[in-house]
Design a binder for this molecule. Structure first.
Ligand code: SAM
Length: 218
C-alpha cells in the first residue's frame, strides 16, 4: 500500500508518461490538480465508496487518462459540459481540469459522492463547475445554465433505457458522448438522435479496449 502523501504524485507522474497518447500536454498547474484530485479520491475512498480502482497506475490510466480521451469526441469550441452519474468525478473533472474554460455541470444523486465532488470543486478552485445532487430524470435543460451549446458525457451509467430523456435535454447539433467497452447497436429510430461516430481507443499497458460513442441531435 502506498503512503497517501505520495499517492497523487505517483498518479500524476504516470499520467505525464501517457498523456501524449491523446496528443495533449498539461501544465504544471494541471498536473498539480490531478495529483490533488488523486490524493482526495484515495482519502475519501476510505469512507465513501467512490471507486473500486485504487492502485495509482490504474487511477492514472483507467480514470484520468480514460476520461481525457473524451476530448476526441467533443465538438470544436465546446463551451458547456454535463457529466451525468459522475461518481468520483469521471469523466467531468479531468475534462474540466484539461479545459478550464468549459462550464461544467456534474449530476450525481448520491449525496456522499456529491459532497466529495463539491469538496473537490472548491479544493481545485474550478470556476464555473456546479454539482447537482439530483437524478438526471429530475432535471431540465435550464438546470445547466443558459449560455452556449451543450455536450453531455456519460461513463458507467446505463443509457439505453434513457435515450429519450437525453434527446430531450439536447438542442439540434448537440452531442451525447458515451464512454463504452462495446459498440452501439441500439435503435435510435424513435429519437431525434443519430450515431455520428464511434471512436475506438486502447488504454496503455494492456488495460483495455474502449470506445467513445458519439450521438448527435438531428
Ligand atoms: C458506475 S457509477 C459511474 C461513475 C463514474 N461516471 C465513473 O465512470 O467512474 C454510476 C453513477 O451514476 C449515478 N447514478 C445512478 N442513477 C443515476 C441517475 N438516475 N441520474 C444520474 N446519476 C445516476 C450513481 O450514483 C453512480 O455514482
Amino acid at each position: 500500500m502506498f503512503h497517501v502523501e505520495h499517492f497523487g504524485e505517483i498518479v500524476s507522474t504516470c499520467l505525464a508518461e501517457q498523456i501524449h497518447l491523446i496528443g495533449l500536454s498539461l501544465t504544471s498547474t494541471q498536473f498539480d490538480q490531478f495529483a490533488r484530485f488523486a490524493d482526495e479520491l484515495s482519502r475519501w475512498n476510505q469512507k465513501v465508496n467512490l471507486t473500486a480502482i485504487t492502485e495509482p497506475t490504474d487511477v492514472a490510466i483507467k480514470h484520468f487518462l480514460d476520461s481525457l480521451f473524451g476530448v476526441l469526441a467533443l465538438p470544436t469550441g465546446a463551451q458547456r459540459l454535463v457529466d451525468v452519474g459522475s461518481g468520483g468525478g469521471f469523466p467531468g473533472i479531468p475534462l474540466k481540469i484539461m479545459m478550464p474554460d468549459l462550464a461544467l455541470s456534474i449530476v450525481e444523486p448520491n449525496s456522499k459522492k456529491a459532497s466529495f465532488l463539491l469538496h473537490l470543486v472548491g479544493l481545485l478552485k474550478l470556476g464555473q463547475a456546479y454539482v447537482l445532487n439530483r437524478k438526471i430524470e429530475d432535471l431540465s435543460r435550464q438546470d445547466f445554465g443558459m449560455n452556449g451549446p451543450l455536450s453531455i458525457v456519460v461513463r458507467g451509467l446505463k443509457v439505453e433505457d434513457r435515450v429519450g430523456l437525453f434527446a430531450c435535454l439536447l438542442n439540434r447539433e448537440e452531442r451525447l458522448i458515451l464512454y463504452s467497452t462495446t459498440p452501439w447497436f441500439h435503435s435510435l429510430d424513435n429519437y431525434q438522435l443519430k450515431l455520428l461516430d464511434q471512436i475506438p481507443y486502447q488504454l496503455p499497458q494492456g488495460l483495455g479496449d474502449r470506445r467513445l460513442i458519439v450521438l448527435k441531435k438531428g
